[in-house]
Ligand binder design. Structure first.
Ligand SMILES: C[S@@+](CC[C@H](N)C(=O)[O-])C[C@H]1O[C@@H](n2cnc3c(N)ncnc32)[C@H](O)[C@@H]1O
Length: 304
């Protein structure tokens, strides 16, 4: 069976596995319904940049900070600012949860999570995904470079058992032991840091995963027309031509690059659960057409 059909069938969480898969993207279809219902959401539909945050300062204001922690700490000083930079416009947490659920369900499936799973999310933001996944697993560690993001998440996840919160001082996972987690995920995070740092995180992810554990890495596809349009916007708005570029600006990868990083880090790519072609067809794994998704497995045996 072609990869596309397998993927569609697998993603549909169809109660009857014998029935024919939809030729369309089931996530996107559901998202469209949700957009119409909520009336205030566009993530994954059309893209626009954010200029000014609720604190009255442009996102690009140099005073926000020149390192990851200070930048993301500053934009997340207010809850609205935090939601705005994670979902590109101000929305309330309920709507955020509602619209993030499909991505959360997809990640839950591709990571093969069960009620016994120990999960780590890096760059967990305001907890948009955690709020849906954490109740279904044994433990869920939220880690972020921004202390203020973690504070918003802590309040949002109050009362959900098994959650823990970890402020990362730098791009590594040194506070977590070797061979500990069943699943590690990075959604909308690796595209906001330099490649050297995202590669460092991949090596660390390999270390903290149990043998056979699964990782989810999401990037943005430079080769997709929308990816390239966003890249051009970044060049114009977030780079000053003198090398003092916005620290959190979006970085774009090609599928070949994404594959190269994860395989050099030691992972095996699960092709059926990944979206790593130059131009994904109509069957998509992610809400965003220009998302690259590498779902990987740490081999049972051996070391990198
Ligand atoms: C666009 S948001 C995505 C949040 C969340 N993953 C989601 O999908 O809702 C990016 C998040 O990554 C965090 N982040 C940015 N750079 C990071 C880094 N180098 N290490 C860890 N977290 C980082 C930010 O603080 C922010 O919470």
């Amino acid at each position: 069976m072609p990869l596309k059909s397998l993927l569609t069938r697998w993603l549909m969480s169809n109660p009857n596995p014998q029935s024919e898969p939809s030729p369309k993207n089931p996530l996107l279809d559901r998202m469209k319904e949700r957009v119409e219902k909520s009336g205030k959401y566009y993530w994954g539909q059309t893209w626009k940049g954010i200029d000014v945050l609720p604190d009255g300062k442009p996102v690009l204001d140099p005073s926000r900070g020149e390192d990851y922690g200070s930048f993301w700490g500053d934009v997340a000083k207010t809850r609205e600012g935090a939601l705005m930079v994670t979902r590109q416009m101000i929305i309330d947490e309920e709507t955020d949860t509602f619209i993030s659920e499909d991505v959360a369900d997809m990640i839950h499936r591709v990571l093969h999570l069960t009620p016994d799973s120990r999960v780590l999310e890096v760059g967990s933001g305001t907890g948009s995904l955690a709020v849906s996944i954490a109740p279904k697993v044994k433990s869920y560690a939220l880690a972020d470079i921004s202390a203020s993001m973690l504070e918003h998440a802590r309040k949002r996840l109050e009362g959900i058992a098994g959650t823990s919160f970890h402020h990362l001082a730098r791009c590594d996972l040194r506070e977590f032991p070797d061979n500990h987690f069943d699943g590690v995920l990075f959604e909308a995070v690796m595209g906001h840091m330099d490649r050297e740092d995202s590669y460092r995180y991949m090596l660390e992810t390999y270390r903290v995963l149990k043998p056979g554990g699964r990782a989810y890495f999401q990037f943005f596809n430079l080769l997709h027309p929308q990816g390239f349009a966003e890249f051009e916007h970044t060049v114009e708005k977030h780079c000053d031509g003198r090398g003092r570029n916005l620290i959190s600006r979006t970085r774009f990868h090609t599928p070949v690059e994404a594959r190269s990083y994860v395989t050099h880090a030691g992972f095996l790519i699960d092709e059926e659960c990944s979206q790593l072609s130059d131009l994904p067809g109509e069957t998509l794994l992610h809400i965003n057409e220009h998302a690259l998704v590498a779902v990987c497995r740490k081999p049972q045996e051996g070391h990198r």
